[in-house]
Ligand binder design. Structure first.
Ligand code: ADP
Length: 491
């Protein structure tokens, strides 16, 4: 039954039981000690009150002759009338010889008497007339006679004090228990809040799994104390789910963008095909339509290839064929491939005579990489401009720099241009359109080679993209130049 209750309830129950038990024991010990002290005080009062009377009753060994001892001093007891103090003089058999004046005329004590040599004996009695009574029995010798002086005092004051103490305990114990339970409920609730929040957040995350793209699934947990175990757990979950959330968001965005990008050329293809097929056309018209379809198909192919490269990169499965090559050769080849596109816009590509830099890399991917920057530079430059390409080597890195005097990129767009499908302004895809994937692919390719890309740009003045590729080993990736390559350089 208790097992099915919440952890908070069970902790409260355990805590309260423990505190209740400890308090009960503590109160009991305190009560017993207090009762002992009160009783000791009363006993001392009894002895103090009995002392002068006892001194009168005991014969003076110097002055009094035991044989002539009479009952004159014993008679004194019957004259005593001290408020709250009741005396009796008993003989060895328990017979009352004398009784103080204020004592009721009744048999008061019928118990055992202490032996002549023993110390005073204390008793607590319930008397009909005096109520709760504490008595002391003091044995003494009077001449040859064994006598016992009995002194009784009402103990109701002390009993009242003890009863008062009991009442306080009876009030304090449940109050302390209530307080302990309340504190434990409050504290465990506070301590377990990260777990409760976690459960609620996880439930909300499950419900929102189908929420729109861009809606964050994870709301960070409040971390009250980041140093305790639960605080650390909450902080770890925050980091973990923030990561999962951002990955899920990226994937959803990627799928949404990819389908959007693919839809446009597909719609064009479909429209064009339907239009051509709507009636019989002249061969020249068919040719024009097929050329247009070809352009759209090329765009589609580039986008699909790009998506494939990116997904391979994401999965860590982009296989880089590390071949010995010369970077300047791959760069020159790329410039040659881009030259017709540049010529169409009367743009010149200046490739300052590059140094020979041997490198271990994938020639196809490197060509694709350089072409992305060259095509962008051509795309985003006005006609009759010039693009400068520079290859250099510094210690263990090779640097390829693409500089154009095109439209440039505004600072607010710079941090996002490497995002997938991000475009500052929609561009006509055309033959070289990447659909906003060019720089994202470049990033994946450079990273696969262990390098990095930097971009500086001034809107209206142009952009500079710098690719840094680390050269393998201290020798700067200097590979033995293959025979056929040496030949090639000579040609
Ligand atoms: P795409 O060129 O297909 O749009 P990219 O990923 O290659 O996609 O580039 C992302 C965006 O960065 C481009 O849309 C463009 O706005 C900007 N950009 C890239 N290169 C240049 C450049 N050389 N000059 C100006 N803007 C550029």
């Amino acid at each position: 039954m208790i097992r099915t209750r919440s952890l908070r309830f069970r902790m409260m129950l355990l805590f309260s039981t423990l505190v209740g038990g400890l308090l009960a024991v503590t109160f009991l010990v305190c009560y017993l000690m207090f009762a002992g002290v009160i009783r000791a005080q009363l006993d001392r009062r009894l002895i103090d009150a009995a002392k002068p009377v006892l001194a009168d009753l005991k014969p003076d060994p110097v002055e009094d002759d035991p044989k002539t001892l009479n009952s004159s001093s014993e008679d004194d007891i019957s004259k005593l009338d001290i408020s709250g103090e009741y005396f009796e003089l008993l003989d060895a058999s328990g017979r009352v010889l004398q009784r103080s004046k204020n004592f009721a005329n009744q048999a008061f004590y019928a118990g055992d008497l202490p032996a002549a040599t023993s110390t005073p004996v204390y008793r607590s009695l319930q008397d009909a007339a005096l109520d709760q009574v504490r008595i002391v029995l003091i044995p003494f010798e009077r001449g040859t006679e064994h006598r016992v002086l009995l002194l009784a005092m009402q103990s109701s004051d002390a009993d009242q004090e003890l009863a008062q103490f009991r009442r306080v305990i009876a009030l304090l114990l449940p109050l302390s228990l209530l307080l302990a339970a309340a504190v434990s409920v409050w504290y465990t609730g506070r301590a377990l809040r990260p777990i409760v929040d976690l459960t609620r957040h996880a439930a909300a995350m499950t419900e929102q799994a189908g929420a729109a793209v861009g809606v964050s699934l994870w709301k960070p947990l409040q971390v009250a104390n980041p140093d305790d175990e639960l605080g650390r757990l909450a902080a770890t979950f925050n980091r973990l789910f923030a990561r999962v959330d951002s990955t899920v968001q990226q994937m959803r965005q990627f799928v949404a963008d990819a389908s959007h990008e693919l839809r446009t050329p597909l719609t064009v293809l479909q429209g064009e095909t339907e239009l051509v097929l709507s009636r019989v056309r002249a061969p020249e018209e068919y040719r024009r339509s097929l050329e247009s379809l070809d352009g759209e198909l090329k765009t589609l192919t580039r986008i699909v290839k790009g998506l494939f490269t990116l997904s391979m990169g994401d999965a860590g499965q982009l296989t880089i064929a590390r071949e010995p090559l010369y970077l300047h050769e791959v760069l020159e080849e790329s410039c040659a491939i881009a030259a017709p596109l540049a010529r169409a816009k009367q743009i010149s590509i200046e490739c300052a005579r590059p140094p020979e830099i041997p490198y271990d890399g994938d020639p196809a991917f490197l060509r694709q990489l350089f072409l992305i920057f060259l095509e962008n530079a051509i795309k985003y430059s006005p006609a009759n401009e010039c693009i400068r390409v520079e290859l250099s080597r510094r210690e263990h890195v090779a640097t390829v720099r693409f500089e154009d005097r095109g439209i440039g990129i505004a600072p607010q767009h710079l941090p996002r241009i490497f995002d997938r499908f991000y475009r500052v302004a929609p561009q006509g895809g055309g033959m070289f359109g990447s659909g906003g994937l060019g720089l994202a692919i470049a990033q994946v390719l450079v990273r696969a080679h262990g390098g990095s890309i930097e971009c500086t740009s001034v809107p209206g003045q142009g952009s500079i993209f710098t690719v840094t590729l680390p050269l393998a080993g201290a020798s700067g990736g200097h590979l033995p130049v293959p025979e056929d390559k040496q030949e090639l350089r000579r040609i």
